[in-house]
Write a protein that binds this ligand. Structure first.
Ligand SMILES: *Cc1c(COP(=O)(O)O)cnc(C)c1O
Length: 332
């Protein structure tokens, strides 16, 4: 089976991470070391204090901690939609009300719509950029203008799970540009995507120290495994591998866009490692592709039943997908 449904890296972990895991594996009878080394390294990298960083068992877990720490019944959590379903699921788990706003026509988060939906009950606002599942990112100036306009008692969390894939310098780096300068902005990052460590579960947030403290109260003991710690640390040393992956992903995404265009379909503009395409009936096409051995994501759970999301694979995988799509779809 060709798995193009969950936006993982097709290239596996970085070589240095594999080595670090192999070295550490013989001692996993021990509980993990504290987060200190990875937190210190991330703090240095982002020019922030260690008190501004919280690791978690995947970015997904951190979304849950933030939601549980900051919200409860009577509170509103704001997100554009379609976007990452965990924001909504976790809001419901904590008894808060998820409030959904439409995306821009290009699939990026519509910051004006978000801003217009803020009420005195809003506690938390998610800005997923590039947005999963559509793929487009908000621009630098518009993000800054939006953050200027949000009341200071509302926390905005910018989810940058895919930031490492971006090549266009017009898109913001919300850690460098906003965290530390603003009391109400946090950013989420993960090692699951370009770093190829989805199975190990490690992600992190950076933000105001008070928010980090609240998250750490909620978090489970030994939340991040030792193998995840060492693999994440080792991955951060290999800027060349990161750049290589970014580059090959971009070329693959452009080629896949051309494939869909040839089949008469226009994917949403994208800058990460996936494409969102309106195919009429997402579940039907995903089913047909599955019978041909290719798994893609039908987007009905994301609120877009007419679409599928396809992860950019290796050039060989992309060629297989192109073949199967051409066989499955009639040009229209
Ligand atoms: C993948 C992803 C995450 C985090 O994934 P983890 O594997 O839990 O670290 C967060 N947000 C978005 C939008 C994602 O696509």
């Amino acid at each position: 089976m060709l798995r193009l449904a969950t936006n993982e890296s097709p290239y596996g972990p970085f070589p240095a991470a594999l080595e670090a895991i192999a070295d550490a594996v013989a001692t996993i009878q021990r509980y993990p070391e504290p987060d200190t080394a990875l937190v210190a390294r991330l703090a240095e990298r982002h020019g922030l204090a260690p008190e501004q960083i919280a690791l978690g068992n995947g970015g997904d877990a951190v979304i849950g901690y933030l939601t549980a720490a900051l919200t409860g019944p009577g509170d509103e959590i704001l997100t554009a939609w379609p976007s990452f379903p965990t924001y909504v699921g976790d809001a419901e788990k904590s008894g808060a009300t998820p409030v959904l706003t439409p995306l821009r026509p290009d699939g990026a988060v519509d910051l004006d719509a978000l801003r217009g939906a803020i009420t005195p009950s809003t506690r938390l606002v998610w800005v997923c950029t590039p947005n999963n599942p559509t793929g487009a990112s908000v621009g630098r100036e518009e993000l800054a203008a939006f953050l200027d306009a949000v009341p200071e008692d509302v926390l905005v969390v910018v989810d940058e799970a895919y930031c490492d894939y971006i090549t266009d310098p017009g898109y913001p780096d919300a850690i460098a540009e906003h965290v530390g300068r603003r009391p109400n902005v946090a950013v989420l990052r993960t090692f699951s995507k370009i770093y190829g460590l989805a199975g190990l579960r490690v992600g992190y947030m950076v933000g105001p120290a008070e928010v980090v403290r609240e998250v750490m109260k909620i978090r489970n003991a030994f939340d991040v495994s030792e193998l995840a710690h060492v693999a994440a640390l080792a991955s951060l040393d290999d800027a060349e591998e990161l750049a290589r992956r970014r580059d090959v992903n971009e070329r693959g995404r452009i080629a896949l866009e051309a494939t869909f265009a040839q089949l008469g379909m226009q994917p949403f503009p994208a800058c990460a490692n996936f494409l969102c395409v309106d195919v009429g009936d997402g579940r039907a096409l995903a089913g047909s592709l599955m019978r041909e051995g290719v798994i893609v994501r039908p987007l009905d759970p994301f609120g877009a039943p007419e679409c599928i999301r396809v992860t950019v694979g290796t050039p060989e995988e992309n060629a297989v997908l192109t073949d199967v799509l051409a066989r499955t779809l009639q040009p229209r």
